[in-house]
Design a binder for this molecule. Sequence first.
Ligand code: NOJ
Ligand code: CA
Length: 561
Amino acid sequence: MSRPWWQQAVIYHMYPRSFMDSNGDGIGDLRGILSKLDYLEWLGVDLLWLCPVFPSPNVDNGYDVSNYCDISPEFGTLADFDLLLAELHRRGMRLMIDLVINHTSDRHPWFIESRSTRSSPRRNWYIWRDGRDGAPPNNWESIFLGPAWTRDDATGQYYLHLFSAHQPDLNWDNPEVRAALCSVACWWLARGVDGFRLDAITHLKKQPGLPDLPDPDGTGCVPSYEAHMNIPGVLDFVHEFARESFRRHDAIALGEANGVSSAQALEWVGTGRGPLDMILQFEHWTMWSSHPHDPLHVPTLRRILGKWQQALQGKGWNALYIENTELPRVISRWGDVGTLRNQSATALATMYFLMQGTPLIYQGQELGMANTTFHDLSVFNDVFSRNRIEQMRAAGQMDDEILAELALTSRDNARTPMPWSDAPQGGFTTGEPWLPLNPEYPAVNVASQQQDPGSVLAYYRKLIRLRRQEAPLIDGRYVEICKRNRRIYAYVREAADGSAIAVICNLSPHPASYRHREWILCHPDLLLSNLSVAPHDDTHSLRLRPFEARVYRVRRRTASD
Ligand code: NOJ
Ligand code: CA
């Protein structure tokens, strides 16, 4: 079956600020990325997702855009961008940029104009309301904490911001706003980009009337997701945007889709039906964030990911990920950063990478990077972490309590610079890095892992190659097996011609047994394993060591077996 290119691709998710610095100012940049394209090619990825590189005051590191049609000087120039795009294309790779269109920076000229007077022609480009007796227009809390409204002295009204006060929400009900954002997308498409990652795309529509939410505890300001996440009408906006921009080109769109359930997914990405090609779902992420201390509960993970696999089987396409700029490093969360480090990094990798969908690798994940160590609250850069520090301090909490929480949750964990070698500052910069390197860099870095066939990096390369070589890993159905096992996550990818591959991962620090009668393991066809394996004859069962993962060619049992 011939598949669109992006279904066969592996995406590399890049945080450019931390990837590679070319000029010693401590900030990663486009020329730095250019200098590392050999690495990306060697790794075998083919689609680059670049987090925002537009001019920005960097309250939220680029997710607060002050000019959509330029490159931030700290990252380079439009000429550098064009060169990067051309070089990627020359190597057969593609580029997806991150469009942040739910909100702008408060320094964007549109907002500056909008806030200037109540009669500004751009007033209605944002969401302005009168306060209520000195209080905000409603009781919504922003996603980055504190009220979702800020009063602006110039006109005495409040503007809505679902994220920080420096990220005012655009008013998508206004057709002029929608047309302006389509023009932005078309401008980049004309430049040759291959697609967009659409930031916070499920938040474009707010509940009509912007009503107060129930506040049984009388806190005055309550989490407000239900009032602005996947609200009826949002898909109309996204369909229009798709029709007027990337659907006119051979470009793709990957939406950040908090609040979309697997049951709703086809409306977003159903083949021939949804406006987008893929979405980043949030369900397995929430599993961790609501219980940051709990070890991985395999049955819950299987239930969530399995649900997404089934929901899109033959009708849509998944985006597969276990790390990003928002989450702590996966091995610190679900793996073992001690003696089982390599095994746990590679077992978790095997588990998600070979499912149905397009896998994403977030920079540093391919090295098995762990969370960093924060000794001091002043080191935190992430706007959410900084707001949380203020909130906890205001509640009387001590610095060590705050540090303990942020060590587990801060977005800065995954944003430390890429360790390229054991040279000073990991070879990332010759200057002072904008965020300290993870102190593990002398041991955990690209150069040393490139030399080591047993490294996490070498294993990711093998995974990428395997997915490319074995058609069932792209086209095959996802068939869940060992459904009741509490340690092993196992599934088969079964192609229409009957060829099948089993992916069997012990995701626990204990030994675990795999037993299955329906599928016959063909030992000579052990396609991949993260620990060395002695040949054995049993075609039905395995005893797996802690965090051991194996990938076998298998066949269904027949009457003659
Ligand atoms: C989601 C992005 O992943 C995150 O980094 C950003 O802070 C918010 N959207 C706001 O744009
Ligand atoms: Ca730089």
